[in-house]
Design a protein around this ligand. Structure first.
Ligand code: AAT
Length: 318
């Protein structure tokens, strides 16, 4: 009885539980921040679990990592192709926030994402010149390198710069307007990720983005967390003066089988999220990469923004 009550008491989805058959426990450890478990499942390959919550499985990780990376990155123009044709090799843009011309260099920040899967996806975009990642827990990275090399391969890209830190702290010291895109691949807001759904965090994100820059946040399940989504969206509508959208995808091993993405832009050149300006099929080498895309394409991108009626109503889109 005691086991049953613990089993059904996760504060993120009280009253329900999800099961995967465990074939073999591969790793069990406790870091300064969380409990880490890796097991071999019979149906979904290897599974990474943090504090009792599934973060990824080998079988369906493609859906989450591809969507959270390419939804924002395909929505901003690729400066290389755009400026190279206009000005040869001199790529300058005018930064309206810093009020001076700046060398155009696409810079991206990943918050969380210590498994490396999002980095693997970002690395398909050759126009990106600099990728920072801020992960709080080094043990997640070490475990991923050992048990999930097909995700941790993302760390091998020479454009990647790793910062082991709490993203809340890290973002306070980021120069204003530094990033073109920020991807928040963080765990659920219990434990170390709690503050990552609060207003001060979104304000530091907005400050760190250039005008017309974009952010894509992991934004839970429309079936389980409509209130949280509603709260996050109203904070984002106050904070990001460009646009604010919700998109979603099917990920069978996340609770309720879906995951959402809150995707926003800052004031500046408008961003049409629903019709990608930088379609993946045209990003050189991205589709026929060392590892082919499994989930994401431009049709899936646009379809992800179609919301069920109950969600439209609850997030005030009806
Ligand atoms: N790539 C899919 C897996 C994740 S991992 C989320 C990561 O965010 C973890 O490695 C965790 O250590 C890191 N993290 C949590 N809080 C912080 C913080 N404050 N600063 C930096 N990194 C942090 C996401 C799965 C989503 C699951 C949805 N149910």
């Amino acid at each position: 009885k005691a086991t049953k009550s613990v089993y059904f008491n996760n504060p993120m989805w009280p009253g329900e539980a999800h099961s995967l058959k465990v074939e073999n426990i591969l790793f069990k450890g406790k870091s300064e921040f969380q409990e880490i478990l890796v097991f071999e499942s019979s149906a979904y390959g290897k599974v990474l679990v943090l504090d009792g919550i599934v973060q990824l499985t080998e079988k369906d990780e493609c859906a989450y990592q591809e969507m959270i990376a390419h939804l924002p990155l395909c929505s901003i123009p690729s400066p290389k192709s755009f400026f190279m044709t206009l000005h040869g090799s001199f790529c300058f843009s005018f930064d309206t926030r810093l009020k001076k011309p700046t060398k155009f260099m696409v810079q991206v920040l990943v918050v969380g994402g210590g498994d490396g899967g999002v980095l693997r996806e970002i690395s398909r975009h050759s126009s990106i010149e600099h990728i920072d990642i801020c992960e709080i827990d080094k043990m997640v990275i070490d475990v991923s390198k050992k048990f999930f090399p097909q995700l941790a391969v993302g760390f091998e890209d020479p454009r990647v710069h790793l910062h082991i830190d709490d993203a809340i702290k890290f973002l306070r010291h980021v120069p204003e307007g530094k990033y073109d895109a920020i991807i928040v691949d963080s765990s659920d807001p219990v434990g170390p990720a709690q503050e990552l759904v609060e207003k001060p965090f979104f304000e530091t994100i907005a400050r760190a983005l250039r005008p017309g820059g974009v952010v894509c946040n992991m934004a839970e399940s429309m079936w389980l967390h409509t209130h949280l989504i509603q709260d996050m969206m109203s904070i984002c509508r106050e904070t990001f003066k460009g646009s604010v959208h919700y998109a979603w995808a099917s990920v069978p091993t996340y609770p309720s089988g879906v995951i959402g993405f809150l995707i926003c832009s800052t004031e500046g050149p408008p961003v049409d999220f629903k019709n990608p300006v930088n379609p993946i099929e045209k990003v050189e080498g991205a589709v026929k990469h060392k590892r082919e895309l499994k989930f994401y394409n431009s049709d899936v991108h646009s379809a992800a923004f179609a919301l069920p009626t109950f969600l439209k109503r609850e997030v005030s889109l009806l």
